[in-house]
Design a binder for this molecule. Structure first.
Ligand code: ADP
Ligand code: ZN
Length: 216
């Protein structure tokens, strides 16, 4: 059974690995960041609220985020496991997840922490571009698309996320250190934490993750 939480600072490569993991195992990819971006695109009430926090680099309030995940985890496709990407990000969120995951009989089985140092995170995020249509990630130097500004997969336009500017990024990194890092201890104490080097390359990292998931 795979009930996975993916953790790591912004730019660690969580989204990239998440897409690869769910392609190999038949579990849904639950990214709170993606869910918020969808809601922003559709300008729903949730989207409008989330937008004001996200664009500045702040966290969306816990009650809103927890409500969103509660609803998502209760969907039938989570009955065989799930991959949470970007949730929990605070201690209250982790405590809520304890309860929610037990309610659906799917307590967290693996917490994967992807570590990358700050300078490299800044380099990755400042050059990051994403497809407007399918969300596929690129980098203007290290992961160029075949055609400038165009997604290899779907032909959509590549854009820079509003929260990928220097000011918002610094705030996001501060939130990571202050709000999210304490979760590493929280999960370490529960013997669920597995730490990985996020600079080894996406393919190698995926192989290491697969080894971990095979063990139990
Ligand atoms: P990254 O990991 O690159 O920062 P995400 O796509 O996971 O980006 O999230 C983007 C933004 O969405 C975050 O900076 C935050 O504002 C908001 N967000 C996502 N997940 C959460 C969460 N669990 N709690 C609060 N805010 C969140
Ligand atoms: Zn695309």
């Amino acid at each position: 059974m795979l009930n996975i939480v993916l953790m790591g600072p912004p730019g660690a490569g969580k989204g990239t690995q998440a897409k690869r993991i769910v392609a190999s195992y038949n579990i849904p990819h639950i990214s709170t960041g993606d869910m918020f971006r969808e809601a922003i695109k559709a300008q729903t009430p949730l989207g409008k609220l989330a937008q004001s926090y996200i664009e500045k680099g702040h966290l969306v309030p816990d009650d809103v985020t927890i409500g969103l995940v509660k609803e998502r985890l209760s969907q039938p496709d989570c009955a065989n496991g799930y991959l949470l990407d970007g949730f929990p990000r605070t201690i209250p969120q982790a405590e809520a997840l304890e309860i929610l995951s037990k309610e659906i009989n799917r307590p967290v089985t693996h917490v994967v922490d992807i570590e990358v140092e700050k300078q490299e995170l800044i380099r990755r995020i400042s050059g990051r571009r994403v497809c407007k249509c399918c969300g596929a990630p690129y980098h203007i130097v290290t992961m160029k698309p075949a055609k400038d500004g165009i997604c290899n997969i779907c032909g959509g336009d590549l854009i820079q996320r509003k929260d990928d500017n220097e000011e918002a990024l610094n705030i996001r990194l501060d939130h990571y250190v202050k709000d999210t890092k304490p979760l590493l201890d929280f999960y370490q104490k529960k013997n669920l934490l597995h730490t990985f080097d996020g600079t080894v390359g996406a393919d190698e990292l995926l192989n290491e993750l697969k080894k971990l998931f095979k063990e139990n």
